[in-house]
Design a protein around this ligand. Sequence first.
Ligand SMILES: Cc1cc2nc3c(=O)[nH]c(=O)nc-3n(C[C@H](O)[C@H](O)[C@H](O)COP(=O)(O)OP(=O)(O)OC[C@H]3O[C@@H](n4cnc5c(N)ncnc54)[C@H](O)[C@@H]3O)c2cc1C
Length: 379
Amino acid sequence: MNFEITENQKMIAQMVRDFGAKHIKPNVMKWDESQEFPVDLFKEMGKLGLMGVLVPEVYGGSGLTYFEYVTAIKEIAKIDGSIGLSVAAHNSLCTGHLLKFANEEQKKKWLPKLATAEWIGAWGLTEANTGSDAANMKTVAVKDGDYYVINGSKNFITHGKSSNIAVVIVRTGQAGDSHGMTAFAIEKGTKGFTHGRKENKLGMRASETTELIFDNCRVHKDNMLGKEGEGFIQSMQVLDGGRISIAALSLGIAQGAFEAALAYSQERQQFNKPISTFQGISFKLADMATEIEAANLLTFQAADLKNRHQEVRKESAMAKLYASEVAVRTANEAVQIFGGYGYTKDFPVEKFYRDAKLCTIGEGTSEIQKLVISRCILK
Ligand SMILES: Cc1cc2nc3c(=O)[nH]c(=O)nc-3n(C[C@H](O)[C@H](O)[C@H](O)COP(=O)(O)OP(=O)(O)OC[C@H]3O[C@@H](n4cnc5c(N)ncnc54)[C@H](O)[C@@H]3O)c2cc1C
């Protein structure tokens, strides 16, 4: 593996930094406090190619690799984790599912809209009573001629309200059968498909999280992705890629918290010295920097495997597990280094602290990552 940062990565990092300084940074706390999901911002990011990073140019995307994708998510999350989460969910989950499993006609119909952010995408696997145990889902689709009639609901769905299309995995067979679920792409406005309540969250507050509700929703069989019964297997593969983006999101949050703490520790004086001169503080910074570096290597290892179309289940779970826990630890120590000021909204670390926690939960909790990793190493 080559550790050198590519010219494309440097370019995309600079582009995100410039865009973020102008369009994201000034609004971070406003969106956080109002829980506003800034749809127009995503349209602007679409113009920069950030909403279809991995989508080939033939479908209107940027046609870049996981290296540039990880770099983009990381740089966005350094400024605002919730924008990073939404960009990741749009790119990796909804668009990623279509990219991998839609047929040519479906790709031509939906990918150009998603890659340019003309449309925002959502992806629904989780239900209120089946999160980690997603295969036990209760939302069902019953065949009726050329249509499937869907009833049930999905919970905690990123962009559940503002999305124009959702890829949804529903039960078409027996409960407990991993071949008993099927994926459909369902457009906004389809009769019987609505959104439910929006969550009021600890962090990632500018990223909209809502329920999806299906009440006798009739979806044509042409909206099925792949074959009947493949939905759950597909979604596990989609998550293999998605977890790399949550690792990148975690890295950005960790790096943002670390940089803020590093600068503050050199400015803040106590006992007539910068607090960075106290070993108790400098060792914290050393631990933070080391863990971020290790998380970065795990994440780029997974990205490299993905670029080479290799099996990545274990490596993406490891990257997600480690990077997300590092984000939580780093943000926690950053608040500590800021002391009382870290506990206020005048400094950025309290938000990193709140946002970081989602990374150990979304796209499979840390415990579920350990389950995935242990299954890979015990087989
Ligand atoms: C902000 C946000 C955005 C999200 N976006 C999406 C989205 O766009 N699409 C989507 O489909 N989902 C989404 N999710 C859902 C997310 O993936 C789930 O919350 C997550 O998978 C955990 O499920 P749960 O919340 O039901 O927790 P549970 O599964 O109820 O877990 C509760 C606790 O039990 C532990 N646990 C469960 N099973 C085991 C086990 N076998 N061994 C050990 N411990 C176990 C868990 O690790 C956790 O600590 C989102 C969630 C949030 C908070």
